[in-house]
Design a protein around this ligand. Structure first.
Ligand code: ADP
Length: 653
């Protein structure tokens, strides 16, 4: 039996593991960084060790620091959670060498599934169907391009060591192949220190269906049914459910059996997930599905499986790690009802899901026993640039899918998060989509409908709520405020009534508030627009020097710049292209003097472990390039300056 457990992770998954360990009477030890001081995991554990400032390589990814902490606190076992060191075979080995139980499979099993190419070869041998493609050793661009041609476009390039949707590119035409190959390689190199790739047929209407498996050290392997994870953005899951909608019983059984064969092929012990992909338009008829990869760890979306099976998968993991046999056999496992999980991310869906950062001034989830919320954040926590930007998971379980969707929708609107923008409006829009309620989702759905799905945001005119409250506060007479307009940097306009025009900022962009007093009543226009109707549903949270208006599952950050920092509000549009976040310049695609059209790729930035494309905001000529490849840039730093398109070129030489 394990008596003490170090959790080598952070956020919601660390809290979730601590909860089960505590219920089993196990002493828990958390690790944390200074950047995570405001997060919950280290406070919820019995003991905590701070192992770094922020950057993951020196903290949550440092096997040495973690094993040292485990030794110091006398931990018998280490649970790696997901991400970070969870699929690192060397770390699993280092734990074993230190006499500490690694809660996960053997280093050999991790290694054989760690390479997407190796895993595919192994599965082919075990008789599990794999996606047609090339997963051999040869990596010359010409050779790979030839393979792509033979497989037939569209194809997918995948990093052999990839994960989390990184190092993966869809290529529709031969002409795009080289560019996409280079881009996938660069991302793979920096994320996984391995730039080898494989090429696969890109399936039409792809549905991602995965099977939870479990093995023990006594040779037992079972599956715990499937999860449908077809709702994805940038190849990353956002909504997951169990069971998969409309999956014929025979296909469910066949997938379960294939997943068990896959696990047996590597002598699997512990929790794992076998991911399959299928063409959603023909799956029910042909029953054809293909092995994609196996994740040798607990998945983010494991709660939906827990809900439909009534089991605690972390408890199973800890029992199996302690050498116990699986608590149940296949025949004792059944599924009941329908569960759906939505992942709440700090990000801006309308800006290509750019991660959002900053301090959380308000954090509130529905306190409803029928809604499961797995989270690790609290008010005051800072969402830093160092880690994945997931804040929480909201999970519901009902007798049928329609009821589960309705419950999840109502849970989402009751979430209150201020200070950092989230994807809640986007998630609600997905749940409202007809294709989703009909269970007709494929992995391209979000991308195809992104404008409609990401468009749900609070009306800008709601900023008036913040302007009104601030005006009332100022009029009530705060310290150092003179006159009725307080410190408004505005000017009065003559004429009817008394009007003041004040510069404000909405989400960092300049806006104009016009305040008019008529018969003692204050009327406010934002950029000449009156307040939109749903003001009653909006909430206002003050934090730092801003007000956050929460509505429609999103927020407006309303700032009141003083005249001095007005300049800093003028973002984009003026030809100054700024880095949208802190990161490393992965590639620079233009040079001084190049003419660019709006939307052209200017440079790529690697941040939050992903590569982001920065495109031209307007047509013009590149006047200055202030960045270089490999350089670190700060959030908001000017990277390039674009001048007018028809600027006269200097004559001569
Ligand atoms: P990662 O390990 O980075 O998550 P996966 O191999 O699991 O990468 O693939 C992630 C997602 O990419 C899948 O869920 C699916 O949406 C899409 N995908 C992967 N391979 C294919 C393919 N051959 N055809 C169509 N879509 C694919």
């Amino acid at each position: 039996m394990i008596k003490s457990l170090l959790i080598a992770n952070r956020g919601e998954i660390a809290c979730r593991i601590i909860r089960t360990a505590r219920a089993m009477g196990i002493r828990t030890i958390a690790v944390a960084t200074e950047a995570d001081r405001g997060w919950l995991h280290w406070r919820e554990a019995d003991e905590a060790e701070f192992i770094g400032e922020g950057p993951a390589p020196d903290s949550y990814l440092s096997g040495r620091a973690i094993i040292e902490a485990a030794r110091k606190h006398g931990a018998d076992a280490i649970h790696p959670g997901y991400g970070f060191l969870s699929e690192n075979a060397d770390f699993a080995q280092a734990c074993a060498d230190a006499g500490i139980v690694f809660v996960g499979p053997s280093p050999e099993a991790i290694r054989s599934m760690g390479s997407k190419a190796g895993a595919k070869a192994l599965m082919e041998k075990a008789g599990v169907p794999v996606v047609p493609g090339y997963h051999g050793e040869r990596q010359q661009p010409d050779f790979l391009r030839q393979k792509a041609y033979e497989i037939g476009y569209p194809v997918m390039i995948k990093a052999v060591s990839g994960g989390g949707g990184r190092g993966m590119r869809i290529v529709n035409k031969a002409i795009e192949f080289d560019d996409q190959l280079n881009s996938a390689r660069r991302e793979a190199k920096s994320a996984f220190s391995d730039d080898r790739v494989l090429i696969e047929k890109y399936l039409a209407n792809p549905r991602h269906i995965e099977v939870q498996v479990f093995g023990d050290s006594h040779g037992n392997v079972v599956h715990l049914f499937e999860r449908d994870c077809s709702v994805q953005r940038r190849h990353q899951k956002v909504i997951e459910e169990a069971p998969a909608p409309d999956l014929p019983e025979a296909v469910r059984d066949a997938m379960g059996a294939a997943a068990v064969s896959a696990a047996r092929a590597v002598g699997y012990c512990g929790a794992g997930t076998v991911e399959f992909i299928a063409d959603g338009s023909t799956l029910a008829d042909t029953g054809e599905f293909y092995f994609m990869e196996m994740n040798t760890r607990l998945q983010v979306e494991h709660p939906v499986t827990e809900m439909i099976t009534g089991l605690d998968l972390v408890e199973w993991q800890l029992r199996v790690a302690a050498g116990e046999p699986l608590p149940k056999s296949q025949g004792q496992l059944g599924l009941r009802g329908h569960a759906i999980e939505a992942r709440i991310y700090a990000e801006d869906p309308a800006a290509d899901f750019r991660p959002a950062m900053g301090r959380l001034w308000a954090v509130g989830f529905p306190a409803d026993p029928s809604v499961r919320v797995d989270t690790g954040v609290a008010e005051g926590a800072v969402v830093s640039p160092f880690y994945d930007s997931m804040l929480a998971k909201v999970i519901v379980h009902r007798p049928d899918r329609a009821a589960a969707i309705a419950d999840l929708k109502s849970a989402l609107v009751r979430i209150r998060i201020a200070g950092v923008g989230t994807n809640i409006g986007f998630l609600s829009a997905i749940l409202d989509a007809d294709a989703f309620s009909a269970g007709r989702m494929d992995t391209g759905f979000v991308d195809r409908n992104i404008d409609r799905l990401a468009g749900r945001r609070p009306a800008r005119s709601l900023a008036a709520l913040a302007v009104r409250e601030r005006t009332h506060r100022l009029q009530a007479g705060g310290p150092g405020i003179n006159g009725p307009w307080g410190d408004y940097s505005g000017f009065e306009i003559g004429g009817l009534g008394r009007s003041v025009v004040s510069d404000i900022a909405i989400d960092g962009e300049p806006a104009r508030a016009t305040l008019t007093w008529i018969d003692g009543k204050l009327d406010i226009l934002i950029d000449d627009e009156p307040l939109a109707g749903i003001a009653g549903e909006a909430q206002l949270v003050w934090g730092g020097d801003k007000a956050f208006v929460l509505a429609a599952g999103g927020q407006l950050a309303v700032g009141f710049p003083s005249p001095v920092d007005k300049a800093s509000v003028a973002l984009g549009g003026d030809g100054h292209v700024k880095a949208p976040m802190h990161g490393r310049v992965a590639s620079v695609r233009v040079g001084t003097g190049d003419s660019v059209a709006r939307g052209d790729l200017l440079f790529t930035l690697e941040a939050m472990k992903m590569e982001h494309s920065i495109r031209a905001p307007l047509d013009g000529t590149v006047e200055q390039v202030l960045i270089a490849e490999d350089q670190q840039v700060d959030d908001g730093a000017t990277a390039l300056v674009i001048g007018p398109a028809n600027a006269e070129q200097p004559a001569g030489g």
